[in-house]
Design a protein around this ligand. Structure first.
Ligand SMILES: O=C(O)COP(=O)(O)O
Ligand SMILES: [Mg+2]
Length: 216
């Protein structure tokens, strides 16, 4: 049975408001202006280190401060990762149906592994997934194919369908040579027409049907 592997932020969970809150707690600490949600969303996708580098650039801070800012942002986020976050409607039902049909499932995210596991458990989604590969699990991050290949290997497979919300995920699937299902309500920063997409998901309740078509 084909494994289904999922991105996390902007795909399973609308987590940007908690990421924004953590960024703005840090901004308050260092005497910088808070960032609005759209700006924070434009910085999400390549992991927390890149997000911090983009925040630093936005405020004209030194690149030398990015490692320290990253550690502090992670501490803020870890302390409160699930206050403003919610699972997209229909996620639980779709995952339940895919599990019933026997698809092995896992998460491959650029969020660091520890907070990724924590938010999944908070929303009761952890039991669906055999493994979680985070942005700090492998030697490389998405869009390198390495983390997705590692996720497939942990499931004992060399194929999958990858479900994600961004250009990073589309590139990752392409690099790994697997079909990509694009979820439209996340944090994509480019026109979807520029992505290599095998199916478009606008409503999570459609996912079991899309998977059935892609695997027919
Ligand atoms: O942490 C990020 O930057 C994005 O995380 P994601 O890969 O789950 O979308
Ligand atoms: Mg994402």
């Amino acid at each position: 049975m084909t494994p289904i592997i999922f991105d996390l932020d902007g795909t399973l969970l609308n987590s940007a408001p908690d990421i924004q809150a953590a960024v703005n707690r840090l901004m308050g600490e260092i005497g910088q202006e808070p960032l609005d949600l759209a700006t924070v969303i434009s910085f999400i996708g390549n992991g927390i280190g890149v997000l911090c580098a983009r925040v630093a650039e936005h405020h004209g801070l030194s690149a030398a401060d990015v490692p320290d800012l990253t550690a502090r942002l992670l501490a803020h986020y870890n302390a409160e990762p699930a206050t403003l976050t919610h699972a997209y409607p229909g996620v639980f039902e779709a995952l339940s149906e895919l599990r019933t049909r026997g698809h092995p499932m896992a998460v491959c995210t650029n969020k660091p592994e520890a907070p990724a596991r924590k938010v999944l458990a908070t929303f009761g989604l952890d039991t669906f997934f055999e493994t979680v590969v985070g942005g700090d699990t492998c030697a490389t991050r998405k869009p390198d194919a390495g983390p997705l290949r590692e996720t497939m290997a942990r499931l004992g497979h060399t194929d999958c369908i990858y479900v994600g919300d961004s250009e990073v995920d589309a590139e990752t699937a392409k690099a790994a040579g697997v079909p990509f299902v694009f979820f439209t309500h996340g944090y994509c920063h480019v026109p979807p027409a520029t992505l290599t997409i095998h199916a478009t998901l606008t409503d999570w309740t459609d996912l079991p049907g899309i998977v059935a078509e892609l695997t027919a």
